[in-house]
Design a protein around this ligand. Structure first.
Ligand SMILES: [Fe+2]
Ligand SMILES: [Fe+2]
Length: 345
């Protein structure tokens, strides 16, 4: 049998790994609640392939409704489609920074969930408008070809905007403290859980009800993850970071309003006809039983979600930004640039 070697001068210590760097070789648990949430994420996991997709029969909808629902899901995909990459990147960052094990795992679980959410967008679009949202033949819609072109054009503009914030987000990971990032994540999750719970109640179609219910449940869990992490991080916040968070909250409103309500005249680079066509398409989706709230209902929903966010951040002495669009008073944070946007949903 080979013998153990112990050099006369003792073992040579391995060189220290330069930081920040690869995976941590430990599984530190500092926040038991996060470990619990991660366990729950494994139990509540669901599979988009298991839905009764045959219930979504394209022939049950008028061509206008098919285009409207496809359009709404394409708008959503501009948010949900960034989810897997955003959280995958945040997961890698959490590993590099040697965040405690449950933080790493929770981020991984959000990445997993967001992949499912994106898959729902993909499947609805593929069933209703094969080749959609960008690569289908508008002429196939005959008398509705112009509506189809308008949908495609709007989606193209949204995609262009989606491409504008990616670089800013990538750079923000190493630039901002995690608490700033998490505040943006928290706002996105608050928005998402509010939106999907509202839509699951309003949707007329059983498949949409089911999708929104499942997605909404995931989003509530994501929100809990963010809130738990923030409870750890917020107490140590510096004044300068508080001001950054106030600005981030306004950026979140500007960004998320595109899917929750209607976007303000800030950040969004869209042609002047965009909103008019958006309203027509969303109305068709609404009439198709997708459960899209009315303009007023959306505003009320958004206002409620923001009130919850405001209450949370105020506890930690963070001021809320002015959102005159919804009659919410607060601090004026000036212009919002693409670099301010932390995409999340
Ligand atoms: Fe999501
Ligand atoms: Fe989420």
């Amino acid at each position: 049998m080979a013998e153990l070697i112990v050099p006369a001068g003792g073992f040579t210590p391995a060189p220290a790994v330069p930081q920040p760097n690869i995976f941590p070789l430990e599984w530190r648990v500092e926040t038991a609640k996060l470990a619990e949430i991660y366990e729950r994420s494994k139990l509540q996991v669901w599979n988009p392939s298991d839905f009764d997709w045959h219930l979504l029969d394209p022939w049950d909808f008028t061509p206008e409704q098919r285009l409207g629902i496809m359009y709404w899901y394409a708008v959503l995909a501009n948010f949900d489609g960034s989810g897997p990459a955003v959280f995958a990147k945040a997961t890698i960052h959490a590993f590099e920074m040697h965040e405690e094990d449950p933080v790493r795992k929770c981020f991984f679980s959000i990445t997993r969930d967001e992949m499912n959410h994106e898959e729902c967008c993909q499947r609805v679009i593929e069933r209703l408008v094969p080749g959609g949202p960008l690569d289908f033949d508008s002429a196939l819609f005959g008398p509705n070809a112009t509506l189809a072109e308008a949908a495609k054009n709007n989606i193209g503009w949204l995609y262009h905007n989606g491409g504008r914030y990616w670089r800013g987000y990538s750079e923000s990971l190493s630039k901002y403290p995690l608490s700033i990032l998490f505040t943006s994540f928290m706002m996105g999750e608050m928005a998402a859980s509010t939106l999907f719970h509202g839509m699951s109640r309003k949707a007329g179609h059983p498949l949409f009800q089911e999708i929104f219910r499942k997605v909404g449940l995931d989003e509530s869990r994501h929100l809990q993850i963010c809130l738990t992490i923030l409870e750890n991080d917020w107490p140590g916040l510096e004044e300068e970071h508080k001001a950054m968070i106030t600005r981030q909250l306004r950026a979140g409103f500007v960004f998320l309003s595109m899917v929750l309500w209607e976007p303000p005249n800030q950040f969004w680079d869209i042609p002047d006809y965009f909103m008019a066509n958006h309203r027509v398409l969303v109305q068709h989706a609404r009439e198709g039983g997708l459960g899209v709230l009315t303009y007023e209902e959306q505003a009320e929903n958004w206002r409620e979600a923001l009130a919850k966010v405001a209450k949370l951040v105020e506890r930690w002495g963070i001021e809320f930004p002015a959102i005159p669009e919804l009659d919410i008073s607060g601090v004026d944070v000036g212009e919002i640039e693409a670099a301010d946007i932390i995409p999340v949903f």
